[in-house]
Design a protein around this ligand. Structure first.
Ligand SMILES: Cc1cc2nc3c(=O)[nH]c(=O)nc-3n(C[C@H](O)[C@H](O)[C@H](O)COP(=O)(O)O)c2cc1C
Length: 352
């Protein structure tokens, strides 16, 4: 069994929400910043660093506060909704047996992380939660506490998504953005790449709907930088269409969300009961995050736009962070990597 991650996949989502975080995130240590004052900026705000944790593993304000104490200066609170939704049944995270890059539409085998043969942390996992949410009367005060947990030179980002279909979903994006802004979150992030939402494909591939969602959010929340979380775009022309349509309407684009795969057990049955397809994250999707970063960087230059690029996907080490910076990222984040290495921000800051 590898070292205890701060989100424990051997427990249910609710148990993690109630009892987590675990491992060193459960301790009260605050790691000092390397300089006396923030020396960098993110979206015009002073920060000590531009490394953080994307939407997902930070379930509530206790997780966010622990991440700030460990020196992750950009922390995203797990995606919330305007209404309550239960999590998909346990298990929600399994280790994926893969070496090298995940191909698109590949079938992969997965097993429980506790079945791990040696003591090394998993490199690639599948996660499947269904974007559960509490009701706003529960998450709003908790997100407010997460905002207040940020130290000097640190930023709390509130992630959200709209529920429902068609125009009702567009309206719900705007309503949920407003609820997030009310908590004082200085930056808001709309998740447009949720595999569990909508009748057709991912929202971020429907450019007309993306424009409608951005317009609706911007009408409701005028005073806050807006980031859009994107999936991997196979089609260069479609990515260009998206950037052309909204690249100067939003303050940042975040990529990449998980890649979809058919995940089976040793008997070729769905490894996550009731879910044939789930999202893959970690080392095997690094190529996809780097590709999105390079292409967004090129499109930003081509269109002379100013949006920031918040990059992630398979960042497990400081050299992965550097590779993303070279590809054009303004900020880098890690979900899978940090779950098993809570000291990753320290390693990056102190050049280990
Ligand atoms: C446990 C877990 C939960 C996640 N939940 C969300 C979520 O609620 N919203 C979202 O936009 N992305 C979510 N993600 C996706 C991550 O933000 C990220 O895009 C993806 O994991 C790829 O990064 P990584 O390779 O560093 O894990 C989740 C990822 C993990 C590991």
């Amino acid at each position: 069994m590898p070292a205890l991650p701060f989100y424990d996949p051997s427990l249910s989502y609710e148990e993690n929400y109630e009892r987590g975080p675990f491992g060193s995130f459960s301790e009260n240590t605050t790691y000092p910043q390397p300089e006396a004052a923030p020396g960098q900026t993110f979206l015009g705000m002073p920060v000590f660093g531009t490394f953080g944790i994307p939407a997902g593993p930070l379930l509530n304000s206790r997780f966010v506060a622990a991440a700030f104490r460990h020196g992750f200066d950009l922390c995203v609170y797990k995606t919330v909704r305007s209404r309550a939704l239960a999590c998909w049944p346990f298990p929600n995270a399994l280790e994926v047996e893969i070496t090298g890059d995940l191909a698109l539409r590949q079938t992969v085998r997965a097993h429980h992380i506790s079945d791990h043969a040696d003591n090394t942390p998993p490199q690639t996992i599948t996660n499947s939660f269904g974007v559960p949410s509490k009701t706003p009367d529960v998450w709003q005060p908790d997100m407010r506490a997460a905002v207040q947990a940020a130290g000097s030179g640190q930023i709390m980002i509130g992630s959200f998504q709209g529920s429902g279909e068609d125009m009702a979903q567009v309206d719900d994006y705007a309503l949920t953005a407003k609820l997030v802004a009310e908590t004082g979150a200085p930056v808001i992030e709309a998740n447009l790449s949720c595999p569990n939402e909508g009748k057709t494909g991912l929202l971020c591939f429907d450019i007309e709907k993306v424009v409608a969602v951005v317009n609706a959010i911007k009408k409701e929340v005028r005073d806050r930088p807006l980031l859009l979380k994107l999936a991997y775009f196979e089609d260069d022309a479609l990515l260009e269409k998206l950037v052309h349509a909204v690249g100067d309407r939003v303050e940042g684009l975040c990529a990449v969300n998980t890649l979809q795969a058919r995940v089976v057990d040793t008997h070729d049955r769905p490894a996550l009961p009731g879910r044939d397809i789930s999202g893959i994250c970690g080392a095997a999707i690094r190529w996809a995050g780097l590709s999105m970063t390079e292409r967004l960087h090129n499109l930003r230059s081509q269109y002379k736009m100013r949006f920031v690029i918040v990059a992630n996907g398979g960042v497990l080490t400081p050299s992965d962070d550097r590779a993303y910076r070279i590809a054009g990222a303004d900020a880098v984040m890690s979900a899978t990597g940090t779950m098993w290495n809570p000291m990753l921000a320290q390693e990056i800051k102190y050049g280990k």
